[in-house]
Design a protein around this ligand. Sequence first.
Ligand code: PLP
Length: 354
Amino acid sequence: MNFISDNTAGASAPVMAALMAAQDGVASAYGGDEWTRRVEALFADIFERDVAVFLVASGTAANALALASLTRPWGAVITHEESHVADDECGAPEFFSDGAKLIGLHGAGNKLSPESVAQALGRFREGALHQVQPQAVSITQATECGTIYTPAEVAALKQAGAARGLRLHMDGARFANALVTLGCAPAEITWRAGVDVLSFGGTKNGAWAAEAVIFFDSALAGEMRWRRKRAGHTLSKGRFLGAQFEGLLRDGHWLGLARHANAMATRLAEAVTAGAICRLAWPCEANEVFLVLSGPLQAALKQAGVAYLPWSDRALAEGRGLTPDEIVGRFVMSFSTRAAEIDRLIGVLEPARR
Ligand SMILES: *Cc1c(COP(=O)(O)O)cnc(C)c1O
């Protein structure tokens, strides 16, 4: 039972089939191939408008290059203090933006609020010579705590930075998982709510190694082809990035994969709640479940060899703190998680509840 992350799974069968099908014959290199063109058209369909699409092989590259496109070296990006860009990318956004600063804000469930963004803007004054100049807000959808932003919440964040002309970036490593919970059109939760650039996750949802940077305002994408090349993400056999996305996006396969992963997470969250096994640290809104684990629950998981990640408790809602023997454990479901694994996990937890 391995619930460490959704990147412990392999790639889905249709993605692998698409890779195999792209294997025959010759194709133009560096993204000049027909797979990449078809994927651009698929993204335009999905988002109901023209988009500028740049395929890369990792989420860190997608985020770092997206943020570099939105900032100057003396600029700054307002984000959550525990966001992936702030905490898990080894300074790549700062490096690729030639030094733009990340301003990390506190927020329950790893979500930014318009109030906290406004407060940060008050601290970093417009035109002040001695201060970095905020130029973008970056939010994660679904967040690192498995919570999601509604279209209205996204629009309010865009609005909070509007007077200063802030651009909005969405780290969508788990975009599909958030989308199927929201049940809205992809356009509603992105450009119609004010998102300028989206890092569209493929890998965790079932691709082999494929992410897409999607610009809704093509004017922002003008320098991206050089940025991507310079970062070493303009793949020579770029058709295989295109093929992965073709396998993923065709016939709504990506949504089916995300629906399955979310259903597995809901199965665990509901069983834990109904059986009064333990508390959830945050509501289960996508494909991750965060359990508040007592000493006995931790011992039972260890004994059974269940793999999960101990998680930060900094983003717990106020008044929902842990007792000294409790930790937060993260359990992530993927397209390949089976219901029987969840049921075995519940069977491990149940006898150890207080
Ligand atoms: C996994 C993940 C990424 C991408 O990470 P890579 O390991 O660089 O592919 C980006 N953002 C979030 C929130 C993630 O969970």
